[in-house]
Design a protein around this ligand. Structure first.
Ligand code: 4HQ
Length: 237
């Protein structure tokens, strides 16, 4: 899978992309991430990509032309290379608090697309017409960040886990929180007692059926207590 990222802060990405699973996925050729500095698409001699809002008010707004031109440049190189004529092979995503909430379902669907291009907004926002040049907007949650870079990295991480082969242990994505619309059961490893806190006996019993039953019950109890909303509507399946 290929992911292109359009940002005014490409330096924010290498730390996240250069470690752990995302690094391994790229080394294994399962994921290719290409960063694009939006300022390269500014026609301004000061490489400006923002301007004052029409109608007045505080702050600056990201201009639509550099974003549209960056998307077009990516389309004519990367997309042409893998025959973008086929629908659903390339998807342009704007990170925005107004977007569709990121969920397991959204991440799985995005992982099934060959090529994503992610646009990171900055300043007080982006010109409304950017929405006309992307396919969808995605939000990582109901809070406002200083830019779309962290949301883009969250999206890349969430999507990468569903690229076949990225997670060595395939069962991990089936057992995890939300996979079944419920929270995960509690996990323990050595020591059996830490400062008076003991591992539940059932996990040391060696009885696989009792262990499985206990885990199902714990999952259900935790979900009821901490996230009853997950039981009411089956998000992210
Ligand atoms: N921002 N989920 C403001 C977000 C955000 C979010 C991205 C901050 C866009 C202009 N993006 N910029 N939450 O807070 O995706």
């Amino acid at each position: 899978m290929r992911i292109d990222v359009i940002t005014i802060f490409p330096d924010m990405f290498p730390g996240v992309l250069g470690a752990s699973m995302l690094k391994r996925a790229q080394e294994a050729g399962l994921l290719q991430v290409q960063l694009h500095d939006l300022r390269d698409y500014s026609h301004d001699k000061h490489r400006k990509v923002d301007d004052r809002p029409y109608g007045g008010g505080p702050g600056m707004v990201m201009r639509v032309e550099p974003i549209a031109e960056a998307l077009e440049a990516i389309r004519s190189t990367a997309c042409a290379a893998h025959g973008e004529a086929a629908p659903g092979t390339c998807q342009r995503i704007l990170m925005s608090p107004e977007g569709e909430p990121l969920s397991t379902l959204v991440a799985k669907q995005a992982a099934a697309v060959q090529h994503l291009t992610v646009v990171c907004g900055h300043y007080e926002g982006v010109d409304e017409r950017v929405k006309a040049v992307v396919d969808r907007a995605i939000s990582i949650g109901d809070y406002v960040l200083t830019g779309g870079e962290l949301p883009a990295m969250v999206l890349i991480d969430a999507v990468a886990r569903y690229i076949p082969g990225v997670i060595g242990h395939e069962d991990a994505t089936k057992e995890e929180s939300f996979a079944d619309g419920q929270l995960e059961y509690p996990q323990y490893t050595r020591p059996p007692v830490f400062r008076g806190l003991a591992v539940p006996d059932v996990l040391l019993s060696g009885d696989h059926e009792r262990v499985a039953a206990w885990r199902r019950e714990q999952s259900m109890d935790r979900t009821r207590t901490h996230r009853p909303d997950l039981l009411r509507e089956r998000n992210g399946q």
